[in-house]
Design a protein around this ligand. Structure first.
Ligand code: ZN
Ligand code: ZN
Length: 279
Protein backbone atom coordinates (compact mmCIF):
# COMPACT_ATOMS: atom_id res chain seq x y z
CA UNK A 1 0.00 0.00 0.00
CA UNK A 2 1.48 3.32 -1.08
CA UNK A 3 2.09 5.74 1.77
CA UNK A 4 3.39 8.63 -0.28
CA UNK A 5 2.72 10.00 -3.75
CA UNK A 6 5.27 12.19 -5.51
CA UNK A 7 4.57 14.24 -8.63
CA UNK A 8 6.99 16.46 -10.53
CA UNK A 9 5.70 19.89 -11.61
CA UNK A 10 9.05 21.50 -12.43
CA UNK A 11 12.35 19.72 -13.06
CA UNK A 12 14.59 22.43 -14.57
CA UNK A 13 17.24 24.38 -12.78
CA UNK A 14 18.37 27.98 -13.02
CA UNK A 15 16.03 29.19 -15.78
CA UNK A 16 12.80 28.07 -17.36
CA UNK A 17 13.19 26.25 -20.67
CA UNK A 18 9.94 26.26 -22.64
CA UNK A 19 9.76 25.16 -26.26
CA UNK A 20 9.43 22.18 -28.55
CA UNK A 21 12.88 20.79 -27.79
CA UNK A 22 12.11 20.44 -24.06
CA UNK A 23 8.41 19.58 -24.27
CA UNK A 24 8.71 16.00 -23.01
CA UNK A 25 10.74 16.63 -19.85
CA UNK A 26 9.25 20.09 -19.38
CA UNK A 27 10.54 23.61 -18.95
CA UNK A 28 9.30 24.63 -15.48
CA UNK A 29 11.74 25.11 -12.61
CA UNK A 30 11.84 23.15 -9.37
CA UNK A 31 8.55 22.13 -7.80
CA UNK A 32 7.59 18.69 -6.44
CA UNK A 33 4.23 17.73 -4.94
CA UNK A 34 4.32 15.18 -2.11
CA UNK A 35 1.14 13.65 -0.69
CA UNK A 36 1.48 11.99 2.68
CA UNK A 37 -1.99 10.54 3.08
CA UNK A 38 -4.17 13.67 2.97
CA UNK A 39 -1.28 15.98 3.97
CA UNK A 40 0.16 18.12 1.19
CA UNK A 41 3.85 18.97 1.18
CA UNK A 42 5.42 20.96 -1.67
CA UNK A 43 9.15 21.01 -2.29
CA UNK A 44 10.34 24.31 -3.76
CA UNK A 45 8.25 27.02 -5.38
CA UNK A 46 9.74 27.33 -8.85
CA UNK A 47 7.59 28.11 -11.86
CA UNK A 48 6.04 24.62 -11.62
CA UNK A 49 4.14 25.86 -8.57
CA UNK A 50 1.74 27.79 -10.80
CA UNK A 51 0.28 24.77 -12.64
CA UNK A 52 0.28 22.83 -9.35
CA UNK A 53 -1.82 25.60 -7.83
CA UNK A 54 -4.30 25.40 -10.68
CA UNK A 55 -4.51 21.62 -10.28
CA UNK A 56 -5.14 21.98 -6.54
CA UNK A 57 -7.88 24.56 -7.19
CA UNK A 58 -9.58 22.16 -9.59
CA UNK A 59 -9.25 19.24 -7.19
CA UNK A 60 -10.67 21.25 -4.26
CA UNK A 61 -13.43 22.64 -6.46
CA UNK A 62 -12.56 26.20 -5.47
CA UNK A 63 -12.39 25.53 -1.73
CA UNK A 64 -9.33 26.66 0.28
CA UNK A 65 -6.46 24.25 0.80
CA UNK A 66 -3.77 23.56 3.41
CA UNK A 67 -0.15 23.00 2.42
CA UNK A 68 3.43 23.24 3.65
CA UNK A 69 6.01 24.50 1.15
CA UNK A 70 9.63 23.67 1.99
CA UNK A 71 12.20 25.77 0.14
CA UNK A 72 15.73 24.48 -0.40
CA UNK A 73 16.83 28.11 -0.70
CA UNK A 74 15.65 31.40 -2.18
CA UNK A 75 17.36 31.62 -5.57
CA UNK A 76 14.79 32.84 -8.06
CA UNK A 77 14.30 29.49 -9.82
CA UNK A 78 13.04 28.08 -6.49
CA UNK A 79 10.70 30.90 -5.40
CA UNK A 80 9.34 32.73 -8.41
CA UNK A 81 6.24 30.55 -8.57
CA UNK A 82 4.99 31.88 -5.21
CA UNK A 83 3.23 35.03 -6.48
CA UNK A 84 1.39 32.87 -9.03
CA UNK A 85 0.14 30.24 -6.57
CA UNK A 86 -3.58 30.82 -6.87
CA UNK A 87 -4.68 28.99 -3.68
CA UNK A 88 -2.81 31.65 -1.63
CA UNK A 89 -5.39 34.18 -2.81
CA UNK A 90 -8.31 32.19 -1.41
CA UNK A 91 -9.61 33.21 2.03
CA UNK A 92 -9.32 30.18 4.30
CA UNK A 93 -6.27 28.69 2.63
CA UNK A 94 -3.59 27.82 5.19
CA UNK A 95 -0.08 27.93 3.83
CA UNK A 96 3.18 27.53 5.70
CA UNK A 97 6.35 28.35 3.77
CA UNK A 98 9.58 27.12 5.38
CA UNK A 99 13.27 27.84 4.82
CA UNK A 100 16.30 26.81 6.85
CA UNK A 101 19.25 28.59 5.25
CA UNK A 102 18.57 32.27 6.01
CA UNK A 103 19.07 32.81 9.74
CA UNK A 104 20.71 34.76 11.28
CA UNK A 105 21.32 37.31 8.52
CA UNK A 106 17.91 37.13 6.87
CA UNK A 107 14.35 36.00 7.48
CA UNK A 108 12.09 34.28 4.97
CA UNK A 109 9.33 36.85 5.48
CA UNK A 110 11.81 39.63 4.71
CA UNK A 111 13.24 37.97 1.60
CA UNK A 112 9.90 36.91 0.10
CA UNK A 113 8.42 40.24 1.08
CA UNK A 114 10.86 41.86 -1.34
CA UNK A 115 9.86 39.47 -4.14
CA UNK A 116 6.16 40.07 -3.52
CA UNK A 117 6.47 43.81 -2.96
CA UNK A 118 6.31 46.82 -5.23
CA UNK A 119 7.83 47.48 -7.67
CA UNK A 120 8.63 43.81 -8.44
CA UNK A 121 5.07 42.58 -8.11
CA UNK A 122 1.91 44.66 -8.43
CA UNK A 123 0.03 45.02 -5.18
CA UNK A 124 2.53 42.87 -3.32
CA UNK A 125 1.91 39.98 -0.94
CA UNK A 126 -0.85 41.98 0.69
CA UNK A 127 -3.00 40.49 -2.03
CA UNK A 128 -2.64 37.03 -0.49
CA UNK A 129 -5.96 36.46 1.24
CA UNK A 130 -5.20 33.09 2.77
CA UNK A 131 -3.39 32.57 6.07
CA UNK A 132 0.20 32.50 4.79
CA UNK A 133 3.05 32.09 7.29
CA UNK A 134 6.76 32.35 6.50
CA UNK A 135 8.74 30.22 8.94
CA UNK A 136 12.50 30.08 9.51
CA UNK A 137 14.38 27.16 10.95
CA UNK A 138 18.04 26.17 10.95
CA UNK A 139 19.24 23.45 8.55
CA UNK A 140 19.93 20.35 10.61
CA UNK A 141 16.76 20.67 12.68
CA UNK A 142 13.76 18.39 12.27
CA UNK A 143 10.75 20.47 11.21
CA UNK A 144 7.93 17.96 11.15
CA UNK A 145 4.77 19.83 10.11
CA UNK A 146 2.46 17.07 11.43
CA UNK A 147 2.90 14.26 13.96
CA UNK A 148 2.76 11.69 11.15
CA UNK A 149 5.04 13.55 8.70
CA UNK A 150 8.70 13.75 9.69
CA UNK A 151 10.85 16.25 7.82
CA UNK A 152 14.57 15.99 8.52
CA UNK A 153 16.92 18.61 7.11
CA UNK A 154 20.60 19.20 6.52
CA UNK A 155 22.76 21.91 5.01
CA UNK A 156 23.91 21.58 1.40
CA UNK A 157 26.92 23.04 -0.40
CA UNK A 158 25.52 25.95 -2.44
CA UNK A 159 26.35 29.66 -2.78
CA UNK A 160 24.35 31.45 -0.07
CA UNK A 161 23.45 28.13 1.58
CA UNK A 162 20.77 25.56 0.91
CA UNK A 163 18.87 22.87 2.71
CA UNK A 164 18.20 19.25 1.77
CA UNK A 165 15.15 17.34 2.98
CA UNK A 166 14.23 13.83 4.04
CA UNK A 167 10.50 13.22 4.35
CA UNK A 168 9.24 10.16 6.18
CA UNK A 169 5.61 9.08 6.30
CA UNK A 170 3.96 5.71 6.83
CA UNK A 171 7.16 3.77 6.12
CA UNK A 172 7.98 5.69 2.92
CA UNK A 173 11.10 7.85 2.63
CA UNK A 174 11.79 10.60 0.09
CA UNK A 175 15.10 12.48 -0.09
CA UNK A 176 15.12 15.85 -1.88
CA UNK A 177 18.65 17.08 -2.44
CA UNK A 178 19.03 19.79 -5.03
CA UNK A 179 21.27 22.77 -5.55
CA UNK A 180 24.31 21.17 -4.02
CA UNK A 181 27.86 20.78 -5.26
CA UNK A 182 29.98 17.74 -4.53
CA UNK A 183 33.53 18.09 -3.23
CA UNK A 184 35.72 16.00 -5.49
CA UNK A 185 35.20 12.29 -4.91
CA UNK A 186 33.99 12.83 -1.34
CA UNK A 187 30.47 11.63 -0.66
CA UNK A 188 28.83 14.37 1.44
CA UNK A 189 27.88 12.76 4.78
CA UNK A 190 24.88 15.10 5.06
CA UNK A 191 23.52 13.86 1.72
CA UNK A 192 24.17 10.24 2.70
CA UNK A 193 22.18 10.76 5.92
CA UNK A 194 19.28 12.36 4.06
CA UNK A 195 19.18 9.61 1.42
CA UNK A 196 19.90 6.56 3.59
CA UNK A 197 17.70 3.68 2.36
CA UNK A 198 15.29 6.20 0.77
CA UNK A 199 12.64 4.85 -1.55
CA UNK A 200 13.39 7.76 -3.86
CA UNK A 201 16.28 10.20 -3.94
CA UNK A 202 15.90 13.35 -6.03
CA UNK A 203 19.31 14.84 -6.78
CA UNK A 204 20.88 17.87 -8.51
CA UNK A 205 22.21 16.54 -11.82
CA UNK A 206 22.69 19.85 -13.59
CA UNK A 207 25.96 18.83 -15.25
CA UNK A 208 27.65 15.82 -16.75
CA UNK A 209 31.10 14.92 -15.49
CA UNK A 210 32.53 16.23 -18.79
CA UNK A 211 30.85 19.62 -18.34
CA UNK A 212 31.54 20.03 -14.65
CA UNK A 213 35.16 21.30 -14.67
CA UNK A 214 34.13 24.58 -16.30
CA UNK A 215 31.36 25.10 -13.71
CA UNK A 216 33.19 24.48 -10.44
CA UNK A 217 31.88 26.72 -7.67
CA UNK A 218 28.42 27.27 -9.18
CA UNK A 219 26.87 25.01 -6.56
CA UNK A 220 25.63 22.13 -8.70
CA UNK A 221 26.48 18.48 -9.17
CA UNK A 222 26.57 15.74 -11.82
CA UNK A 223 24.47 12.66 -12.53
CA UNK A 224 27.56 10.49 -12.19
CA UNK A 225 28.11 11.75 -8.66
CA UNK A 226 24.41 11.30 -7.95
CA UNK A 227 24.63 7.64 -8.95
CA UNK A 228 27.57 7.12 -6.59
CA UNK A 229 25.71 8.82 -3.73
CA UNK A 230 22.53 6.83 -4.32
CA UNK A 231 24.48 3.56 -4.35
CA UNK A 232 26.37 4.41 -1.15
CA UNK A 233 23.19 5.57 0.61
CA UNK A 234 21.22 2.51 -0.50
CA UNK A 235 18.52 4.66 -2.13
CA UNK A 236 16.20 2.41 -4.13
CA UNK A 237 15.51 4.89 -6.93
CA UNK A 238 17.31 7.99 -8.14
CA UNK A 239 15.63 10.85 -10.01
CA UNK A 240 18.03 13.07 -11.95
CA UNK A 241 16.75 16.61 -11.32
CA UNK A 242 17.46 20.34 -11.83
CA UNK A 243 18.16 19.77 -15.50
CA UNK A 244 20.40 22.30 -17.22
CA UNK A 245 18.00 24.57 -19.18
CA UNK A 246 19.90 24.12 -22.46
CA UNK A 247 19.58 20.30 -22.25
CA UNK A 248 16.98 19.19 -24.80
CA UNK A 249 14.82 16.07 -24.57
CA UNK A 250 17.07 13.92 -26.74
CA UNK A 251 20.11 14.78 -24.65
CA UNK A 252 18.18 13.96 -21.46
CA UNK A 253 17.07 10.63 -22.96
CA UNK A 254 20.71 9.75 -23.59
CA UNK A 255 21.77 10.73 -20.06
CA UNK A 256 18.85 8.83 -18.53
CA UNK A 257 19.72 5.68 -20.49
CA UNK A 258 23.38 5.84 -19.53
CA UNK A 259 22.55 6.49 -15.87
CA UNK A 260 20.00 3.64 -15.74
CA UNK A 261 22.57 1.27 -17.25
CA UNK A 262 25.03 2.25 -14.56
CA UNK A 263 22.46 1.89 -11.76
CA UNK A 264 19.02 0.35 -12.38
CA UNK A 265 16.21 2.41 -10.88
CA UNK A 266 17.72 5.68 -12.10
CA UNK A 267 15.65 7.97 -14.34
CA UNK A 268 15.44 11.60 -15.40
CA UNK A 269 12.63 13.49 -13.68
CA UNK A 270 9.98 14.79 -16.08
CA UNK A 271 7.10 17.18 -15.59
CA UNK A 272 3.90 15.28 -14.90
CA UNK A 273 5.66 12.10 -13.79
CA UNK A 274 4.04 10.59 -10.71
CA UNK A 275 5.34 7.85 -8.42
CA UNK A 276 4.02 6.10 -5.34
CA UNK A 277 6.31 5.16 -2.45
CA UNK A 278 7.12 2.57 -1.37
CA UNK A 279 6.26 0.57 -4.45
ZN1 ZN B 1 18.27 26.00 -8.64
ZN1 ZN C 1 20.47 27.87 -6.34
Amino acid sequence: MAAMRVRFWGVRGSATAPGAATARYGGHTACVEVRCGDRLVILDAGSGLRPLGLSLMAEADGRPIAADIFLTHCHLDHVWGLPYFRPAYLPGTRLRVWAGHLLPDWTLAGVIGRLLGEPLFPGGGALFRGDVAFLDFRCGEDVSPYPDVTVRTDALRHPGGGCGYRIEHGGAVLAYVTDTEHDGETLDPAVLRLAENADLMIYDCTYTEAEYPSHIGRGHSTWQHGVRLAAAAGAKKLALFHHEPARDDDALDAIAAEAAARRPGTFAAAEGLSLTLPE
